[in-house]
Design a protein around this ligand. Structure first.
Ligand SMILES: *Cc1c(COP(=O)(O)O)cnc(C)c1O
Length: 422
């Protein structure tokens, strides 16, 4: 039996209707932007393996650092004990983050990083003895799949079955020049002194359909919330580590976030790790003689040393000038491609933010995640040995930064071929 056939006997895949989904492709090896299946075919990873991979697959430097750590210390309880990788990573990361981030709290993935952020905010107000219970988020937001993270995510086909079990959140539209005054009025109408936190994906809403919004009006909204001491949670899980061009998307605004959530690119996309950072103001509100003010949260694998070492290795690569140069180059290529797309009638709403380009394929039906065209597009590109995973009729490219211009051209050409053949 092939790997794919064996899989179909025993595995339940994420976000997959197992009855109708095509057989999964068995991937046995990765190198740079390429992944190889069990028959030796290569696939160009144009979605960074679900947005996580920033430096390419099986990066030799990451592998070397991991191997060294694996013979030194693999795991150790993180309450009452500590270890060099966790401390080194926190020391190196905090100074390069936007705002005045002073503390690192480790967890396992993006969703847990969001859970921790929410618990920090809710308990921050509780510890200070203030009653702030409302939470603000954007329409079309996505912050993860655990219950707290789902609650602050826009209600959608993803959450429908669970909606009755999710806590209430106030959703507002992403800002534009036209609606910014109305948005601020909406915040005011909610009584800002009752709002504990505002969680957002800065500049790009990923799972919501790669929706993008402008930094200047966003900053105006953040400033308004900041004036009312609403805790600002920047979910940089997808945008962090260069995805939007700058190191972090929050570098595009002047209002400092109180909390930042990181995962995905944090480890270069090679192992799961989540981080929630916060300001001294938040951290200090948990300091007390009373144990009741403790943040009672932790996971068995909190601050796993091997994951932290990988994050440190990824950070080394990320901070090299060549990483930034690649991001600038990819963005330039996207801009040229966007020009070409203007003459492709089947494509609309072309938008770019750093290394991400997204657009909709024109259909007769509504733009949505469950749009049937998505399945067709997925199959089309799979046959071309390009990994693109459309969000319904929204197509986007989000490749590892090391993707070459030739490889980008190959992706661009097949997108035009696909659109023209529809
Ligand atoms: C992917 C994602 C998450 C959830 O991260 P997981 O590691 O998949 O749990 C949260 N927020 C944003 C913005 C994401 O893109």
């Amino acid at each position: 039996m092939t790997l794919s056939e064996r899989d179909q006997q025993v595995i339940w895949h994420p976000y997959t209707q197992m009855q109708t989904a095509p057989a999964p492709v068995g991937i046995v090896r990765g190198e740079g932007t390429l992944l190889y299946d069990e028959e030796g075919n290569s696939y160009l990873d144009a979605t960074s393996s679900w947005w996580v991979n920033i430096h390419g697959h099986a990066h030799p430097y990451i592998a070397k650092q991991l191997a060294a750590q694996a013979t030194e210390l693999q795991h150790c309880i993180f309450a009452g004990y500590t270890h060099p990788p966790a401390v080194n990573l926190a020391e190196r990361l905090l100074p390069i983050l936007p705002g005045h981030q002073q503390r690192v709290f480790y967890s396992d993935n993006g969703s847990t990083a969001v859970e921790v952020a929410l618990k920090m905010c809710i308990q921050y107000w509780h510890n200070k003895g203030e009653k702030r219970t409302k939470i603000l988020a954007f329409s079309n937001s996505y912050h993860g799949d655990t219950f707290g993270a789902m609650s602050v995510s826009s209600r959608s086909v993803f959450t429908r079955v669970f909606d009755d079990f999710l806590f209430d959140v106030h959703f507002i539209d992403t800002p534009t020049k036209d609606n910014i005054a109305a948005l601020k009025a909406q915040v005011d109408a909610l009584h800002p002194s009752e709002i504990a936190a505002f969680i957002f994906e800065p500049l790009v809403q990923g799972a919501g359909g790669m929706l993008m919004y402008e930094a200047d009006v966003f900053d105006e909204l953040l400033q308004h919330c900041h004036q009312h001491q609403i805790m600002l949670i920047a979910d940089e899980i997808m945008t962090g580590f260069g995805r939007t061009g700058r190191n972090f998307a929050m570098e595009n605004v002047s209002t400092p976030p109180d909390i930042i959530c990181l995962s995905k690119g944090l480890t270069g996309g090679s192992i799961a790790l989540g981080i929630t950072t916060c300001t001294a103001e938040i951290y200090n509100a948990f300091l007390s003689d009373s144990k009741l003010k403790t943040l009672f949260h932790g996971h068995s694998f909190t601050a796993n040393p091997m994951a932290c070492v990988i994050a440190l290795a990824s950070l080394d690569i990320f901070l090299q000038p060549s990483c930034k140069e690649n991001r600038v180059r990819v963005e330039e290529q996207h801009r040229q491609f966007a020009e070409r797309l203007k003459s492709t009638p089947k494509i609309k709403n072309v938008r770019i933010q750093g290394t991400i380009i997204a657009f909709e394929i024109v259909t007769d039906t509504e733009d949505s995640y469950i749009n049937q065209l998505g399945d067709y597009l997925h199959k089309f590109f799979k046959e071309k040995r390009i990994m693109l995973r459309p969000l319904g009729n929204t197509l986007y490219i989000m490749a590892p930064y090391c993707i070459t211009n030739e490889q980008l051209d190959m992706v661009y050409k097949s997108i035009v071929e696909c659109a023209e053949g529809l």
